[in-house]
Ligand binder design. Structure first.
Ligand code: Z5A
Length: 214
């Protein structure tokens, strides 16, 4: 079994968390074993790094290395073992966020971040990446009521560069990316996501929930 690895990317408030939850519910209803994780986060250590990253005073290079440390931990402790058991793994942000935020928006360089991502994940790449594409001003409006973390509080020009970074990655990696208009209603997005997941999953032997209970 090799599982199926699906990631969700996009600017703040694009609707990633909403779609991850809906996809998990639909796949579980259809009997699949699904694991949901997020970045930065996943296991205890990576969640600790998340708290440091979103609130602390962190330099750009330290920020990148902390995201990568959390990713290395999440990949080895959660994502790879679950894929090996035939799970569908859904991850809220992954390698492309580091390229867009740290590589492009912070200016550390796309290629250096891509190389460090490959090291941190031992070359694990998603089977499918959904890019929920939205002008950042709309995403920020959606989350305006909530308390903003350190990165969300960056200026609009930063978030515009992030969006451009994602779109450039999607062009470079068109075999795995699916760009979705995040302005569509959640139901329409969910239908498109589910259809695409089933299209890519065809022919794979994914673990069913009843098998794992044996
Ligand atoms: N970061 C980084 O810099 N480098 C990295 O390598 C990684 C991450 C991995 C993580 O914060 C921060 O770390 C993030 C990038 C950086 N920083 N920023 N800024 P996070 O995980 O806490 O935040 P987030 O990933 O940006 O999530 P979010 O702000 O919660 O947005 P979301 O998950 O995309 O959206 P949502 O929670 O599903 O929905 C937001 C609101 O919109 C909510 O009220 C929904 O009801 C509404 N919504 C959802 N879908 C729709 C549609 N289709 N139409 C209208 N309204 C909708």
């Amino acid at each position: 079994m090799t599982g199926l690895f699906v990631t969700f990317e996009g600017v703040e408030g694009a609707g990633k968390t909403t779609q991850v939850a809906r996809l998990r519910d639909a796949l579980e209803r259809d009997g699949y074993c699904v694991t949901v994780t997020r970045e930065p986060g996943g296991d205890t250590l990576a969640e600790g790094v998340r708290a440091l990253l979103l609130c602390g005073d962190v330099t750009p290079r330290a920020e990148l290395l902390l995201f990568l440390a959390a990713r290395a931990q999440n990949t080895e402790r959660i994502i790879r073992p679950c894929l090996a058991q035939g799970h569908i793994v859904l991850c809220d942000r992954f390698i492309d966020s580091s390229v867009a935020y740290q590589g492009v928006a912070r200016g550390l360089g796309r290629d250096v971040v891509a190389r460090l991502n490959a090291f941190a994940t031992a070359h694990l790449t998603p089977d499918i990446t959904f890019l929920l594409d939205l002008p950042p001003e709309q995403g920020l409006l959606r989350i305006r009521q909530e308390q903003h973390d350190r990165i969300e509080a960056e200026g609009l020009d930063f978030h515009i560069r992030v969006r451009e970074g994602f779109l450039a990655e999607a062009q470079k990696n068109s075999h795995r990316f699916r760009i979705l208009d995040a302005n569509l209603p959640p139901d329409a997005l969910h239908r498109e996501i589910l259809q695409h997941v089933y299209r890519v999953a065809t022919g794979r032997h994914l673990r069913r929930r009843e098998e794992s209970e044996i």
